[in-house]
Write a protein that binds this ligand. Structure first.
Ligand code: NAD
Length: 521
């Protein structure tokens, strides 16, 4: 029989082997991006591109994953023309045929899910435990919208005594889709799948900090039978390539996920060509824990909703509002959990928090420890860059907990977008609502209470597009997703997505019995 210390060292050796094996598989998947600059995918084929190339480095150790070309205005125009030319055929394809192709996309995503997740971990720094699920969520998004392709155009009938009014929906045209770096593959599918199901064609521009899996998706969609030009991809810098896409006259609508400031720019850039815009923007979401809540479940959810996905998540609950009567005990347990979070290589299955996406983002997140202290809050846990073997070369930050915060402080108002939680005490329901709403954002809100009446009152009072009661962010795809205030304009999910990607048309069909005013007789 082996001793406990021997079996634990055997376990560690097995884990190290498993990590090495996964790293080798990731390296093999990444090899294709090393030699040639990554270009674009236009009209059903890879286009090298003539624009300037920028470096794409891994958050794990700052090593070069490859270079990426920024699409020129002419290349963006080429992609928009391809989308325009393909629109006529794609919109006329019967919904059942679109459904079949989009299910095939989902099949191929599932078949390549491991490759997608391996690349995404190395490109973004997100941990394997989350990215392996996110790749499959991408397939689920395609399946969900594939099944709605047949009735996306359905409308309502609004009859009168003299006319049958009925509505129908038709795809708006080629759309621009601009996505961020935090969970790039999943978020791209969340936008592209409904657009294609609606009958729109697409030009996608992924974020420059995590561009790799967008190429895989473009290849998958072509292999699944999407006609050339229906889904195009341009890589590049937001201010140039992204801007050109939002300004192009062939693009009828822009679906954007990113920072609130960029959302404002996109509205302005699209204004001269009267673009419809859908903006999914930043958040500083409260989780409110009342003293009558199931505190064990609340604690699990609080930890999960800020430290999963490196805290680089728009719906993360980055402000904990906790009732003063339970504050000290709850925060003590929370601090203990935060100290125990496992920071490590994103491909290690044990890792809970990986490295942050980019050196610039690391600096931004780290700067908040100084801001917290200067404003009078306490850095109860973390606040520093991680040191030590395997960590010091990467963008690793200690999971961080700020306590003794007050509502007006910068750490309580600004989106930090890292594994950083700010705790603010409150006395009663009214004060909790006041603090929760006292920010520019309004994306999500979470509340924990055993009182149903209070759950309803607070849910109705919170200025946020989505509220979860006694739950973390558990998504149901038909439900509306989106925010208020600086968190965005518009909703995604189920039929809400089609409201954006489609135009509603009313047809008034006379029954022949109404009197027409006769002029000029
Ligand atoms: P970002 O706004 O910097 O960039 C997002 C995308 O916009 C990138 O592809 C970028 O290249 C492009 N871009 C930048 N400037 C542009 C311009 N002038 N014209 C056109 N495109 C331009 O955001 P980010 O840092 O990549 O992502 C993080 C942000 O995204 C956070 O604020 C986060 O909350 C938000 N986000 C929101 C949701 C949501 O559903 N509400 C989901 C995920 C992320």
């Amino acid at each position: 029989m082996s001793s406990p210390s021997r079996s634990s060292s055997e376990g560690q050796a097995r884990a190290a082997d498993a990590l090495r094996d996964r790293q080798a598989r990731a390296d093999a998947c990444l090899a294709r991006f090393r030699d040639e600059p990554l270009g674009h995918f236009i009209g059903g084929r890879a286009v090298g591109g003539a624009g300037e190339a920028f470096e794409n480095r891994s958050p794990v150790d700052a090593s070069l994953l490859g270079t990426v070309r920024s699409a020129t205005d002419a290349e963006v125009a080429q992609a928009c023309h391809a989308a325009r030319d393909a629109f006529g055929t794609w919109k006329k394809l019967p919904g059942g045929e679109r459904r079949r192709i989009l299910h095939r996309v989902a099949d191929l995503i599932e078949a390549r899910a491991e490759e997608i997740a391996l690349i995404e971990c190395m490109d973004t720094g997100q941990a394997w435990r989350f990215m392996s699920k996110a790749a499959l969520r991408g397939a689920e998004n395609f399946r969900f919208f594939a099944d709605r392709a047949t009735d996306a155009g359905n409308g309502v009938s609004l009859p009168t005594d003299t006319h049958l009014n009925y509505t129908t929906r038709q795809p708006i045209g080629p759309v621009g889709i601009i996505t961020p770096w935090n969970t790039p593959f999943m978020l791209s599918t969340w936008k592209i799948a409904p657009a294609l199901a609606a009958g729109c064609t697409v030009v996608h521009k992924p974020a420059e900090w995590s561009p790799l899996t967008a190429r895989l998706l473009a290849e998958i969609m072509l292999e699944a039978g999407l006609p050339a030009g229906v889904a195009n991809l341009v890589n590049g810098i937001g201010e140039t390539t992204g801007c050109a896409l939002t300004e192009h006259p062939d693009i009828k609508a822009v679906a954007f996920i990113g920072e609130s400031r960029t959302g404002g720019l996109i509205m302005a850039q699209g204004a001269p060509t009267l673009k419809r815009v859908h903006l999914e923007l930043g958040g500083k979401n409260p989780v409110i824990v009342f003293d009558d809540a199931d505190l064990d479940r609340a604690l699990d959810a609080v930890v999960f909703m800020i430290y999963s996905l490196n805290g680089e998540r728009c719906t993360s609950s980055s402000r904990l509002l906790v009732q003063r009567s339970i504050h000290d005990g709850f925060v003590a347990k929370l601090a203990e959990r935060v100290r125990r979070l496992k920071v490590g290589h994103p491909l290690d299955p044990a890792t809970e928090v990986g490295p942050l996406v980019h050196a610039r983002h690391l600096d931004k997140v780290l700067s908040y420890a100084g801001i917290a202290r200067a404003d009078g809050a306490t850095v109860a846990v973390g606040g520093e860059r991680c040191a030590g073997a395997g960590l010091s070369e990467g963008h690793y930050v200690q999971p961080t907990l700020f306590t003794d915060a007050r509502a007006g402080m910068r750490i309580a108002r600004e989106e930090i977008f890292g594994p950083v939680l700010t705790v603010i005490p409150f006395d009663d329901e009214a004060q909790a609502i006041e603090i929760a709403n006292d920010i520019p954002y309004g994306l999500a809100g979470y509340l924990w209470t055993g009182d149903v009446g209070r759950a309803n009152r607070v849910s109705l009072a919170l200025d946020a597009g989505m509220i979860w009661v006694n739950s973390e962010n558990v998504r149901h795809l038909p439900t509306p997703f989106g925010g208020m205030k600086a968190s965005g304009i518009g909703r995604d999910g189920g039929d809400y997505s089609f409201e954006f990607y489609m135009e509603t048309k009313n047809i008034a069909l006379a029954l022949g019995n109404h009197k027409i005013q006769r002029l000029g007789v």
